[in-house]
Design a protein around this ligand. Structure first.
Ligand code: FE2
Ligand code: FE2
Length: 451
């Protein structure tokens, strides 16, 4: 890539050409010369790279991830002007023509037009220069609220059930239904991750199969989002995660729901779901290419032990590694026919056991940080023997959430639940502290009603 001085020169030429266009008429030789100089340098630079992305971040100007030295007032003025107009980013793609640069400079200089710059560029056929905000996916500040989030979640579970039955009947699952639901879940992962994760924490005993599909999708997208993936790739991850176990449509129910340990033969039958899943997904139209890969790989561990066996050398896809963490986490904490659900703390202990090679340890550490010890929506027992619902996490100390006390020490419901910060010491009395997570069913409390 070009050196900083050349990139600095690029922004200067852009600023100079724009300044020229502000002062003189478009046909003035000075304006032409400014555009020529800019076009020449763009051309040279675009021989080495596909695109030039100029970002204006606070007082800094960044070109293709290289920060330019803070310097001359001319550049600072240009940057300030763009910032005021909420232009944080200018991208110039390879193939840009001089006419496009000329139009861009003239439109940028025209501050009187009532139309947005991006609209004008589009109308004038400028295809290779785009302007915008730094963050493509701005998360709107308003959160949709628990009721709305729950509705999306429930629709997702219903859609998962439909997809399952279609696949079971031997038909191709409808990719559009799946896409729609992934779209709303992906948006919620950006807008209101906390509420969505709280929903995944509710144990549902009746339809584990479908809630598991949705939970793994949500937990995977939350991880991917935290790794800064967004847009179509984020959705592909969510899609692949949703379908990871689809091969189980071929697993006989007596094996799938067997309360006891599987025999060797039954285990072999169960293992078949990874191969079956890959087949089903490969022949489903519009399925992202990632989906069969993840279905095939999701029971492989980091050292390629697990199943399917004898697959030769390969490195697991990032999406697989994310999905397998979400998969095991959700399976462990959900109550199944043969086992009670586990508190999230227990789950965390199991998953972080002696750097198990089952998971990518870096991703696992990030996951535990993401989910927290006592996620919002968790029921907890306090040192005072009172029962409370976690309503906020402490920004830095996962052991000290804000809770709402809903049962007194005798187990009686509290009419007006008391909100307590377990990080505060309280006046003289022993401070509140969280002792452990409690299974909502064991105490017959629906934590959602308190959020
Ligand atoms: Fe599986
Ligand atoms: Fe699974």
């Amino acid at each position: 890539m070009a050196d900083v001085a050349t990139l600095d020169d690029l922004v200067r030429r852009m600023a100079a050409a724009t300044r020229g266009a502000t002062l003189y008429s478009p046909s003035h030789p000075l304006v032409q010369r400014g555009v020529d100089a800019l076009a020449a340098l763009c051309q040279t630079l675009l021989e080495q790279t596909d695109s030039l992305v100029i970002g204006f971040l606070g007082d800094d100007v960044v070109v293709n991830a290289q920060r330019l030295p803070r310097s001359a007032s001319a550049l600072a003025g240009f940057a300030r002007d763009l910032r005021e107009r909420e232009i944080e980013k200018i991208s110039v793609a390879r193939g840009v023509m001089k006419e496009e640069l000329s139009t861009f400079v003239l439109e940028l200089a025209d501050r009187r037009s009532p139309l947005a710059l991006s609209t004008r560029l589009e109308q004038k056929g400028v295809r290779n220069i785009t302007i915008g905000r730094i963050n493509v996916e701005q998360d709107p500040p308003a959160t949709p609220g628990m009721a709305a989030v729950k509705q999306v979640y429930d629709t997702a579970v219903a859609t998962a059930e439909e997809l399952w039955h279609t696949a079971k009947a031997g038909d191709k699952p409808d990719p559009n239904a799946a896409k729609k639901i992934i779209e709303s879940l992906a948006r919620l992962v950006g807008q209101d991750r906390t509420s969505l994760l709280a929903l995944t924490a509710l144990k549902r005993y009746d339809n584990y199969t479908f809630t598991h599909m949705v939970n793994v999708s949500v937990l995977s997208m939350a991880q991917a989002r935290a790794l800064n993936l967004q847009g179509p790739l984020l959705r592909e991850f969510g899609f692949a995660a949703l379908m990871h176990d689809i091969g189980k449509v071929n697993t006989p129910l007596e094996v799938l729901n067997k309360p006891d340990r599987l025999t060797a033969e039954e285990f072999r039958i169960m293992q078949q779901h990874v191969v079956d899943g890959a087949h089903i997904l490969r022949r489903t139209p519009e399925m992202p290419a990632l989906a069969p890969v993840v279905a095939f790989e999701h029971h492989l561990r980091q050292d390629l032990s697990g199943y399917p066996e004898k697959i030769g050398r390969r490195s697991l896809n990032l999406c697989t590694q994310i999905v397998s963490i979400a998969d095991v986490y959700d399976a462990l904490r959900s109550k199944r026919v043969y086992r009670d659900g586990l508190s999230s703390e227990r789950v965390r202990a199991i998953m972080t056991e002696k750097d198990s090679p089952a998971f990518n340890t870096k991703l696992l550490r990030r996951f535990v940080n993401l989910i927290g010890l006592f996620p919002v929506g968790t029921l907890v027992r306090l040192n005072t023997e009172e029962i409370a619902v976690v309503v906020h996490e402490h920004p830095s100390d996962p052991f000290r959430p804000q809770v709402k006390i809903v049962r007194d020490r005798a187990g009686a419901a509290i009419e007006e639940p008391l909100v307590v910060n377990t990080w505060e010491s309280g006046g003289g009395d022993a401070p509140w502290a969280v002792v452990e997570a409690v299974d909502p069913e064991a105490v017959a409390i629906d934590p959602l009603q308190y959020m």
